[in-house]
Structures are given as structure tokens and as C-alpha cells.
Design a protein around this ligand. Structure first.
Ligand code: WTA
Length: 661
């Protein structure tokens, strides 16, 4: 066993207290931690009361056959009823559920409109009737491959309403990726659109569905929303299979009685790529998942459903869109913004314009977006009135302290707390996060497991590490929104998540983390990315954060490359801020010195390369594997999950000039 599981290098002393006014009326107070810890199951049973059950559950948790959990045993519930109908029944039918903002500004094409809960109920009922007419029954799988338009939300809820598990495939994925997912979950129907607007132009979707259908024959019907009106091509319509949404759904009845399903009825399958092998279909079920999504959305964002205007910028094709656009916010009956397009279309300040126009109060986005705004400079957000914002969230990657502080100051005006929320597709809902009215936040730290969740950092043997040390992040008790299995592969489920610390029954998340001197948690990145330099195990995150704390740097990625002297050496790739120009002649020496000062000699990069872009997955996570190939002068490996394949050419071609000593 290595002496040191993961080094704890970066020191961060800034602290931000919760704003007094927020703390005074906070949904969750400090007692919640103890209250939940004393009787965890009782606590979750209380949270389940946020939902309306058709039949109450008899048992909170059945954990007799780990790792296969059953939550809220015997309970029956309909997720769509909880997200829509009950709000109408309780007199909130006229409340806006979704302010949809189309990317185009022109009224003829934008489609921008506000949809009330009553209207949403009608739409979901019509879509449920239409899906039933297309032959979808309880338990049948439906794939959703759509732009960020209201019909995507409607389609998901319609599936939930009739008990047909959905699998949403991100609209940016290729026909191959779509075909393999259709095949894996045997989807009978696909809901799609002719296209959506991205970067100022219509971007086609339907042709990819047609192409996918040449690779798998599982699909019987394709339901197509007309969004852009673009030409589908001569062979772009198959009367035997394709059905227009405006024919099938608009004509369907708005009357539909939701059926209650078992709490453990499958709600959806969300595919997530592993480091190797085919994507894993993560299965979430109904009662526990919805409880987790609704509770965390209320607690972590301090949601005041009557007055808040909420906006999560994630795509509906990721789990964040599932839990924090569809299920959590709608179960809580909030008013939210749904935006179709890219942040910079038609202008770089589009997001800030939307916040100003709709008076957004809670905003949830990803570090990759924040860093790209840092790169452009603060003049762009400063041109808008963002004073409505009161809570800011971050998810998807560790947020570098500098990006956190920028987010807090520039976007939040120094008043809005930042909640750095750690969770995964597999966990279904936020697990580790500050609470905005309780926690004094530290930039870069996700802080503590939220009330009801227990997590720890352990060494190779599953022993809890002392404060001040690093190791593996584990969840130590089952939680309601946990994944139930990998679709069709129970063995892989056990092997991937539950075998590393099998004796202790811990869920292993695949992330490295440290506990600081106060016992607060810092997620340090995927353990697969950890570098070993002269026997020290270094996290990518800490060195990246040190680089981003330099005033010329907007973004950084570091990898370990083979080194004759030290085993591995740190190689850094950085993107400079726009106002730093080319960084000057000494930029490489300057950055190496900066890391040495911030962290110590052990972490000094052997090489620093200034690059125009970094390779990222379509959800914005940096693909360090490809950078490792570049740093070790290898042929660049599989790039199919890359958002923009030209970036690797750019980076590889810059290698010869960017090298330091
Ligand atoms: C990373 C997204 C640090 C982590 C909801 C995790 C984070 C993976 C954070 C899951 C955070 C997500 N701090 N790392 N706040 N949030 N991650 O499945 O490595 O797309 O395991 O779910 O993202 O990514 P996924």
C-alpha cells in the first residue's frame, strides 16, 4: 500500500459567511444534520412527505440484499402527477412553470413563451395519450433525442405518467451513440425534433435518428416535433414509422388519468460513459429518486417556491437536467427558465440578458461555463443588472477557488452564496454541498454531506483518513435516489461501484477527495487521473486550481506524463484570459514559478503549454486522457466523446513550440 493515498497540497483561507438575511429565513438550519443522523430512515420518510403518494409506503428501506436497495416499499406514486397535476389541484394552475427562451431573437422563430402549470398538465396529458396510441405500454422504453425545448420536458413527464421509462440521449450525440443506446435499452419509440437552434442556425436532429434506425431495428415509431421547419430531405420521412407531434399530440385529449406505480418502478435510464467499455445505463426508480430530487432542490438552493425564479443551464440530456430542470423543480412547483441555445448567441452576454429579463434568483451552472466567462472578462456580465440573484450553484467538476470567487463577486455581486454541489449520474441527487443559510463556504470545497447523506474519505483499506489527508470518496449508507443497477447488467453494477470496499459496504464513487483540517471535503478529481510524481500521489485539481489563481490564466488541465527521473511528471495545458494577450515571453517560467510558490516544488510542472482550447466532453468535463496522449507523444486515442474534434489537432500542433526546458 502506498504511504500516502493522495496528497493534500493546496491551502485556501478565504471564508464566506451565509448572508444574514438568508440565514434568518433559511429552509434548513444547522440542527438538520443531527436530526437526520439520529434516525436516517425516519428523516428520509419525512422528506418523502414532500410528495403526494397514492398509497403510503410500509417500509422506508429494504437493504436486505445489498447493493440492491428498495426504498419506500409498498408505496405507489405517479411522478408526473407530482410534478404537474397536484399543483393545479392546489390552485396554482396559473403559475408559470416554464419560461421558455428560444435561441433566435426573431419572434417568428424564437418560440419564446411562458407555460403555466395548467397548460403543462394539458400538454403532458396529451402526450401521454399520444404515446399510448403509438403502442407504448407500462415498462416499455422510450428514447428522447431533442433540443432544449418545452416538448422535451413534456415528453419526459408523459413517459413518467404512463410508466414508460425514458432514456434521454443528448442531442449533440451522433447517430452511433444514439443507436447503441436504443439497442441497449430496446427503445420502442423515439421522440425527436426536426432540429433545434444552436449558435444562430438550425441544427438537424431527425437525420441522426434515421441513420440510427439503419443500425438497429428496435424502434417502431418516431414522434417528431417541428421546431425549425428545416427540410428533412428526400428520404427524410418514413410514413410507416414517423409521426408529427403536432398531428398526434395536438389532436389528443387533454384528459388523462395518471396511474400510480410501485415506488421501485423504473423511471429512467441515463447512460454515462465509463472510462472504458460501453456506456453504462444507470437505472433510477420512482419514489426514492423523486424524494431525493425534490428534497435536495429545496434544501440546497433554499428554494422559496412562491417567489423564486430558478434557472439551471444544464442540458436535459444529462442527469443535471433530469434532477434539476425536470423532476426536482417541477415536483417543488417552482417557476423556471428553460433556454434552448448556447451562452454566446447571438451575443456573448446572452445568459446575463436572460437573468436580467426574467429576474432569475437561483442560478445553477458548471465550472467550465464560469471559466469561459472569466476568460472573456467581467465587462460582459457587468453590463447587465444581475441583482436578482440570491443563490448560485456549481456542478460537474471541482470548481477552482479562483473561479468560485469570480462567480460569487462578478455574477453574485458579492452577496449570493455559491453552493458547490458534488453528485453523480449514479447518485441521482446532490450529496455533498454547503447549505446556503448554514455553511460558511470555502472556495473550492463542497464542504459536507447534506443532512441525510453519509460520506467519508478512506484509504486503500477502507479506513477513514484523518483530517488533513486525502483518499477515496465513498458513500457509507444507502440513500433514496441511489442508482438501482446498471440496465441489464447487475454484475457490472456490483463490480463497478460496490466491490472496492466490499467488506465495509461502501459505495465507491471513483473520485479522490481530501478532508481539510476542519474535516470539510474537497473533491480532487477522478482517481484515474491522479499523478504519481516521485512517489507522491498528486491530484489534478489542486495544481489546476493553482494555475487558475494566476491572473493571466482562465483555465488549466494537468496530466501526468512518463518521466525517466520522477516516474511521472506534471504537464500543464493552460488557456489564457483574453486580456492577457499571448501572456508575454516569460509566461511559461512565470506559471511554473507560480505553482511552485502556491503548492510547492513537487507540483512544479515540467512543461506548460499555452493552448487556445481544451478537449472536453459534451457535458464540459476536461478529457485528460487525450492530453496524456499528447504529453507522452502518443497517437491520440479515441476521440468519439469529444465535443469538438479539431481541438486535438490544435493542441498537438502547438506542442513543438510550447515546450519549456
Ligand atoms: C464530478 C454530474 C467536484 C465528479 C452531476 C463526479 C464534481 C462526476 C462535482 C459526476 C463537484 C460533479 N466537485 N467534482 N461539485 N460535481 N463532479 O455523472 O468527478 O456527469 O464523479 O454527474 O463529476 O459526473 P456526472
Amino acid at each position: 500500500m502506498s504511504e500516502e493515498t493522495l496528497s493534500n497540497l493546496l491551502k485556501e483561507d478565504r471564508r464566506f459567511e451565509p448572508p444574514a438575511a438568508l440565514a434568518e429565513h433559511a429552509n434548513v438550519t444547522a440542527e438538520a444534520y443531527d436530526h437526520a443522523a439520529k434516525d436516517r430512515e425516519g428523516f428520509w420518510a419525512e422528506q418523502a412527505q414532500r410528495l403526494t403518494w397514492d398509497t403510503p409506503f410500509e417500509q422506508v428501506l429494504d437493504w436486505s440484499n445489498p447493493p440492491f436497495a428498495k426504498w419506500f416499499v409498498g408505496g405507489r406514486i405517479n411522478a408526473a402527477y407530482n410534478c404537474v397535476d397536484r399543483h393545479v389541484e392546489e390552485g396554482r394552475g396559473d403559475k408559470v412553470a416554464i419560461h421558455f427562451v428560444g435561441e433566435p431573437l426573431e419572434p417568428e422563430t424564437s418560440g419564446t413563451r411562458s407555460i403555466t402549470y395548467a397548460e403543462l398538465k394539458d400538454l403532458v396529458s396529451q402526450a401521454a395519450n399520444a404515446l399510448t396510441d403509438l403502442g407504448v405500454g407500462t415498462g416499455d422504453r422510450v428514447a428522447i433525442y431533442m433540443p432544449m425545448i418545452p416538448e422535451a420536458v413534456v415528453a419526459m413527464l408523459a413517459c413518467a405518467r404512463i410508466g414508460a421509462p425514458h432514456t434521454v440521449v443528448f442531442g449533440g450525440f451522433s447517430s452511433d451513440a444514439l443507436a447503441s443506446r436504443l439497442e441497449d435499452c430496446q427503445a420502442k419509440v423515439v421522440v425527436t425534433a426536426d432540429g433545434g437552434y444552436r449558435r444562430g442556425a438550425p441544427s438537424a436532429l431527425k437525420p441522426a435518428v434515421d441513420e440510427a434506425r439503419t443500425k438497429t431495428d428496435v424502434v417502431e415509431k418516431v414522434l417528431v416535433v417541428r421546431r425549425t421547419g428545416q427540410d428533412l430531405g428526400a428520404d427524410g420521412w418514413d410514413d410507416a414509422v414517423d409521426v408529427w407531434w403536432h398531428d398526434a399530440v395536438d389532436a389528443a385529449s387533454t384528459e388523462h388519468t395518471p396511474e400510480a406505480f410501485d415506488a421501485e418502478h423504473p423511471l429512467y435510464v441515463m447512460y454515462t460513459s465509463g472510462t472504458t467499455g460501453k456506456p453504462k445505463g444507470i437505472l433510477h426508480t420512482t419514489g426514492g429518486y423523486l424524494t431525493g430530487a425534490a428534497y435536495t432542490h429545496w434544501a440546497v438552493f433554499d428554494l422559496k417556491a412562491d417567489t423564486d425564479v430558478y434557472w439551471c443551464t444544464a442540458d436535459i440530456g444529462w442527469v443535471t437536467g433530469h434532477s434539476y430542470i425536470v423532476y426536482g423543480p417541477l415536483a417543488n412547483g417552482v417557476t423556471q427558465v428553460l433556454y434552448e441555445g448556447t451562452p454566446d448567441s447571438p451575443e456573448r452576454g446572452r445568459w446575463w440578458k436572460i437573468i436580467e429579463e426574467y429576474g432569475v434568483t437561483i442560478f445553477y451552472t458548471a465550472p467550465t461555463a464560469i471559466r469561459s466567462f472569466m476568460k472573456q472578462g467581467r465587462e460582459i456580465p457587468d453590463a447587465r443588472d444581475l441583482s436578482s440573484l440570491r443563490v448560485l450553484g456549481s456542478v460537474g467538476e471541482p470548481i477552482n477557488p479562483e473561479a468560485y470567487v469570480w462567480y460569487r463577486e462578478v455574477i453574485g455581486g458579492g452577496n449570493a452564496p455559491v453552493v458547490d454541489t458534488w453528485w453523480q449520474t449514479e447518485t441521482g441527487a446532490i450529496m455533498i454541498s454547503p447549505l446556503p443559510g448554514v455553511t460558511s463556504g470555502k472556495p473550492g470545497s463542497a464542504m459536507n454531506p447534506i443532512p441525510g447523506v453519509s460520506a467519508d474519505v478512506v484509504d486503500e483499506n477502507g479506513q477513514s483518513v484523518p483530517d488533513g489527508s486525502g483518499g477515496y470518496l465513498v458513500v457509507t449508507d444507502p440513500w433514496p435516489s441511489m442508482l438501482r443497477t446498471i440496465w441489464g447488467d447487475d454484475e457490472r453494477f456490483k463490480e463497478t461501484y460496490w466491490s472496492r470496499f466490499a467488506k465495509e459496504g461502501f459505495y465507491f464513487a471513483g473520485d479522490g477527495a481530501k478532508k481539510d483540517e476542519d474535516g470539510d471535503l474537497w473533491v480532487l478529481g477522478r482517481v484515474d487521473d491522479v499523478m504519481n510524481v516521485s512517489g507522491h500521489r498528486l491530484s489534478t485539481t489542486e495544481i489546476e486550481s493553482a494555475l487558475v489563481s494566476h491572473p493571466k490564466v482562465a483555465e488549466a488541465a494537468v496530466v501526468g506524463a512518463k518521466d525517466a527521473d520522477t516516474g511521472q511528471a506534471v504537464c500543464a495545458f493552460v488557456i489564457l484570459r483574453d486580456d492577457a494577450g499571448d501572456g508575454g515571453d516569460d509566461i511559461v517560467a512565470e506559471l511554473r514559478k507560480h505553482v511552485r510558490k502556491e503548492i510547492g516544488p513537487i507540483a512544479t510542472p515540467r512543461q506548460v503549454m499555452v493552448v487556445p482550447e481544451l478537449p472536453k466532453t459534451r457535458s464540459g468535463k476536461i478529457m485528460r486522457r487525450l492530453l496524456r496522449d499528447v504529453a507522452e507523444n502518443r497517437e491520440v486515442g479515441d476521440v468519439t466523446t469529444l465535443a469538438d474534434s479539431s481541438v486535438m489537432d490544435l493542441i498537438s500542433s502547438g506542442m513543438s513550440t510550447g515546450k519549456d526546458d
